[in-house]
Design a protein around this ligand. Structure first.
Ligand SMILES: Cc1cc2nc3c(=O)[nH]c(=O)nc-3n(C[C@H](O)[C@H](O)[C@H](O)COP(=O)(O)O)c2cc1C
Length: 212
């Protein structure tokens, strides 16, 4: 039996990302870069590649992104989980979160103001297309103008090997590492040859033992 509950944001799991941004103050002075943790983020189009992040008006980052029309989505690893949480509970209006978390802002390709986070394995440079006011949150719809990937996750054939990056996800208020590989796109209809090539052998330890 399933119990019907009142409507809520129950979609799970979701990505959790660190969005970096920057801005200028009233006298056009360059303001320190900032990081906001965002769980309401998603891919919304392939060509051109587009993403969305939904941010409350009250966030310091909301005004920075509105000003500069740019932001960077930085993917989060297990090593960055604590910094990610911190950037989601402290405001850049009061402190320098890059400094506090010992993270480094570096130039993001394709953007003028928003930096990327050096320590993130994948940083996605985004230029704002539209702001959609939804209620509690404003959805920032943006086009991806560049993607920066740590070269330690690119193999000698140029393939991006994110399976080694230990990315995290967010489910019902908690952070999780990714579990074991269950399949790949189209594996339900893949040939035996493709399955043998792309899926790790099941129970390989057991079968080794039983051969002895
Ligand atoms: C896991 C997690 C997910 C969050 N997701 C969002 C989100 O999607 N949108 C949002 O406006 N705030 C979200 N927040 C809250 C902001 O990150 C938080 O208010 C932050 O302190 C804002 O920083 P700022 O004032 O420097 O912009 C989230 C916080 C956490 C911990």
């Amino acid at each position: 039996m399933k119990i019907t509950m009142s409507p809520s944001t129950m979609l799970n799991p979701v990505p959790v990302v660190m969005v970096s941004c920057a801005g200028q103050d009233a006298s056009k002075e360059y303001m320190r870069p900032n990081i906001i943790t965002v769980a309401w983020a998603g891919t919304v189009n392939s060509e051109p590649p587009m993403v969305s992040v939904s941010i409350r008006k009250s966030r310091h980052s909301h005004s920075l992104i509105t000003q500069t029309q740019e932001f960077v989505i930085n993917l989060v690893t297990e090593d960055l989980a604590k910094a990610c949480d911190y950037c989601g509970v402290r405001s850049g209006a009061n402190e320098d979160k890059f400094n506090e978390m010992n993270l480094h802002p570096i130039e993001a390709p394709g953007l003028k103001y928003a930096p990327q986070i050096q320590e993130s394995p994948v940083s996605i440079s985004c230029k704002l297309r539209d702001i959609v006011e939804l209620g509690s949150h404003d959805m920032f719809l943006a086009e991806v103008v560049a993607v920066s990937v740590d070269d330690k996750y690119i193999d000698d054939k140029g393939k991006i090997c994110l399976e080694h990056a230990k990315l995290i996800t967010y489910s019902h208020g908690e952070y999780y590492g990714l579990g074991k590989l269950l399949g790949f796109f189209g594996y339900s209809v893949a040939s035996k040859k493709a399955l043998a090539r792309r899926m790790p052998k099941k129970n390989s330890n057991k079968s080794k033992k039983s051969n002895k």
